[in-house]
Design a binder for this molecule. Sequence first.
Ligand SMILES: NC(=O)c1ccc[n+]([C@@H]2O[C@H](COP(=O)([O-])OP(=O)(O)OC[C@H]3O[C@@H](n4cnc5c(N)ncnc54)[C@H](O)[C@@H]3O)[C@@H](O)[C@H]2O)c1
Ligand SMILES: [Zn+2]
Length: 375
Amino acid sequence: MQCFQVTAESGNYPVLIGHGAWRELRSLNPQGYSSVFILTEKGIWRHWGDRFLRDSALRSARVIFVPSGEKSKSLAQVERVSSVLARAGADRKSLLVLFGGGVIGDLGGLVASTYMRGIDCVQAPTTLLGQVDSSIGGKNAVNLPAGKNLVGTFYPPRMVLADPTVLSSLSPRIFRSGLYEVVKHAILAAQPLFDLLDHHLDALQPGNRKALEAILGPAVEVKIDVVNQDEREANLRQVLNLGHTFGHALEAATGYRCFLHGESVGWGLLAIAVLAEQLGYLKLPAGTTSKARDSDAERIRDLVWRVGPLPSIRDVSARKIVKLLPRDKKTVGGEIHWVIPERIGKVRIVTGIPMAAAELAWRTLQQMPQPASRI
Ligand SMILES: NC(=O)c1ccc[n+]([C@@H]2O[C@H](COP(=O)([O-])OP(=O)(O)OC[C@H]3O[C@@H](n4cnc5c(N)ncnc54)[C@H](O)[C@@H]3O)[C@@H](O)[C@H]2O)c1
Ligand SMILES: [Zn+2]
């Protein structure tokens, strides 16, 4: 079992990763809680419910289901789940366990932070994206018709328990969607994660627990390091937005229907690498020939492509993308804060990049030869 510690202003909590992680719920002494509730989805529970109850010893917990999918991240579901809690007699000493992907984590985190002004919650993420990203950092949110993640809070869980065994039932596409976020962490961290991922990428399959355990720890550490220094996104935490400025614009341009979040981040990483190259970054060091080694831009592209097929962006015009770029939540006073990779392992926040440059980067990416099997 790997154990990391989040030491944030809002509270400290452990992140435990490995086979059997759910057993750690026993250490929270659920008997100390007046009641325990598990928020999940029917599909996930059918697969894993028995095992989760056995491992966690939460036999008397009550299970609350929400429909699967992004549409459950709504204020209507916050009200519905809170009402179910109230009707079932949940009080300030109740525990809410969030057993699902980023949708359950985000919705349940917001419910836990607001029900009776805050009850304890535990994150038990069941997707790769949840395990390396969304369950850590205490951020939660639901969507409004006006945009994604517009209503939310910062609220630390009591613990994060990530058992990679649960990933074995993920569809290949949903699994890959989480892998693009791992690639993002690898670009931020460089050694040893980038090389480790480069080496083990082909072995990283939903059912390969050993390979997953080798990658999860270092990938989670990247996020924890950033959160520990800047929980509330004052500055440093912005680096976690790498690939997300283009990525969010792509999701919005396609009505959140064509690309999973991680897939749009995959495209966002490719696009930002092109833009960075155009600005003069990610090149080979002076005096090195391209025969001797690949540039960092090529290494990033290679890793993203190797994750697997991405839905095409052929029909998503650069005009549309550029129009949506300023809507990103990280935009302040109309100024986009771009996270630009200078090289693998080093990014910088840049403002004032002309829209024409972003438009050119998107067009260049659309015209770039892509590995045939990947389109
Ligand atoms: N709070 C944060 O810091 C943060 C960070 C990144 C992303 N997010 C949010 O996370 C969400 C995306 O998360 P996600 O990709 O986990 O999506 P998700 O929660 O919708 O899960 C994806 C799909 O996988 C299914 N699923 C979950 N676990 C499974 C399992 N073990 N086996 C089989 N199927 C399973 C779900 O039913 C769903 O259909 C977005 O809403 C995004 O905004 C939040
Ligand atoms: Zn993301």
